[in-house]
Write a protein of this length. Sequence first.
Lengths: 109, 310
Amino acid sequence: MAAVILTDKDFEEKVEKNQGVVMVDFYADWCGPCKMAAPIIEELSDEYKGKVVVAKMDVDANQQTTGKFGIMSIPTMIIFKAGKEVERMSGFTGKEGYVKLIKKALGEA
Amino acid sequence: MVRKLIIIGSGPAGYTAAVYAARAELKPLVLAGEKSGGQLMNTGVVENWPGAGEGVMGPELMIEMRQQAVKFGAEMVDKQVTKVDLSQRPFKVWIGEEMHEAEAVIIAIGAESVMSGVPGEKELLGRGVATCAVCDAPFYKGKITYVIGGGDAAAEDALALTKHAKEVYLVHRRGELRASKIMVKRVKENEKIKILWNTELKEVIGKDKVEKIKVKDNQSGEERELVADGVFLAIGHKPATVMFKNQLTLDEKGYIKVSMEYPAVTQTNIQGVFAAGDVVDYRYKQAVTAAGMGCQAALDAEKWLEVINN
């Protein structure tokens, strides 16, 4: 399953009203580290299917949500649990860093 | 399976070595690391890559180099090397529990950015403290930003920020920039950039995001707090050689020492182990010099493999 693409319009419905765990990758097309993160995000969306909704949001096209969460660096990953932010990490950390973040949010770490 | 060649690293040196080694049919295994592509992944337009007169985006250049190496038969693994044993042949390289063996190794693991280590820096990373101005500059529209450093990276960061930020200050601990002449000229001619000479970052202050920074004038000793929205670190890089300590000869700053002598300039103190790029080079540090050394290392490795297999 590919990562869910989010917009300002459906962010509330797909993330804030979601009672489960959602990881959102805030990215832009012109950012090198984001490009490296992209395939990993897709892998994670497969590996955590059914456990975590893996989603991405283009910061250029969705400035309302980006502003609301004070995103000042990309890529930034935020994990939401029952609609509330529980974890956040900025910068490209490689797959391992993202897995750690997810595990922490799931209480597996 | 003992391979002919393992290449550790994936910047211009590692990928160029991979292109040459793959074309020499050495079937190199490239251990590219979790953050493959090296420092150019954090840059914008590269203007001094020969042949790219219109400039080429750093990340695109690296992705193309990688594809070029793969096309000729290099095998890429985006994982971090955790341990090496270069004491006997075949050489051993570990990724966690997974071990790989090879008759020759090229180390092109590069350098990593240095953090300033001041209070507040780590806590506010991604909340105003940033290491990739090219990535993050658009978030600082109308804001007050500080770039810490005085080299080409700092100059590029400052210039990138001028397109978005209201104010851009370059904070440098010396009285002159060590960036290249063309970059220094652009910085000085840009009216938006103000340089704070002989000034050191002491602290990043803020609750949920950067609010102020504390700097110290290292001539007068005077400390002051400045209102800030963004702090961009471009202090410098250090070679990523901790893993090779006690196995390879390093210089006092941690760079791997290579022979610098013909016929194998990239030869380390261990025969069959070669090094190239920023892990060796404390002087030039250019994409093109790293690529050049990567090529030399591949040719040196090829020659070495011929000698031991005959």
